[in-house]
Design a protein around this ligand. Structure first.
Ligand SMILES: Cc1cc2nc3c(=O)[nH]c(=O)nc-3n(C[C@H](O)[C@H](O)[C@H](O)COP(=O)(O)O)c2cc1C
Length: 169
């Protein structure tokens, strides 16, 4: 699958089969995340990878839109290490780029995935930090729920030419 096909056919997948995801595949997903661009190439990301059902259940218990995690084979918590960054206020963009890379790589590898927002909701940030034992200054951006897909979705056409402004608005 080339990159344009991946972009055009990726959808959020929230229903999964029982098939496990190998550790090698999870490392490949994190590696895809680490190829993202970042401000000043500061690469502030850390990835917490879990296949632990109890941990995923505990996340789903406090996150209002994460019930699919109870079926998921794995999850990756994308975190930004905000300590000693030269361009600290860019960590959200940096980690968002990494997250999108993970979503696209998962899709290209035949997995289903969905981005579950954590930052900037204070309660979700605090509970995620406590659940995963994050050090002070390391902030969770989101959780990516992962599994082999048990649902298929058509591509969604979101092309609106009137959103494009040439030279000026
Ligand atoms: C910042 C962000 C937060 C999101 N949070 C959630 C979430 O908490 N739960 C969920 O099921 N989907 C979540 N999504 C997925 C969106 O609902 C989804 O991307 C959107 O509806 C478009 O659908 P698509 O991904 O299938 O193209 C989130 C997406 C983004 C970018």
């Amino acid at each position: 699958m080339d990159v344009l096909e991946a972009l055009n056919t990726r959808r959020s997948i929230r229903s999964y089969t029982d098939k496990e995801i190998s550790e090698a595949v999870l490392y490949d997903l994190c590696k895809a995340g680490m190829t993202a661009p970042s401000a000043g190439n500061q690469q502030p990301w850390h990835f917490i990878v879990t296949r632990n059902k109890e941990i995923m259940q505990r996340f789903a218990d406090f996150h209002p839109y994460a019930k699919m995690l109870m079926q998921a084979a794995a999850a990756i918590i994308v975190c930004g290490d905000d300590r000693n960054l030269r361009y600290g206020d860019y960590w959200v963009q940096d980690c968002s780029a990494a997250t999108q890379n993970i979503l696209l790589a998962a899709h290209a590898m035949g997995l289903g995935a969905v981005w579950l927002g954590v930052f900037p909701r204070p309660e979700r940030v605090d509970k995620t930090a406590a659940l995963f034992g994050l050090p002070e200054g390391v902030l969770p951006l989101c959780c990516v729920s992962l599994g082999y897909p048990a649902e298929q979705k058509d591509p969604s056409d979101r092309y609106y030419p009137d959103r494009i402004h040439m030279d000026r608005w």
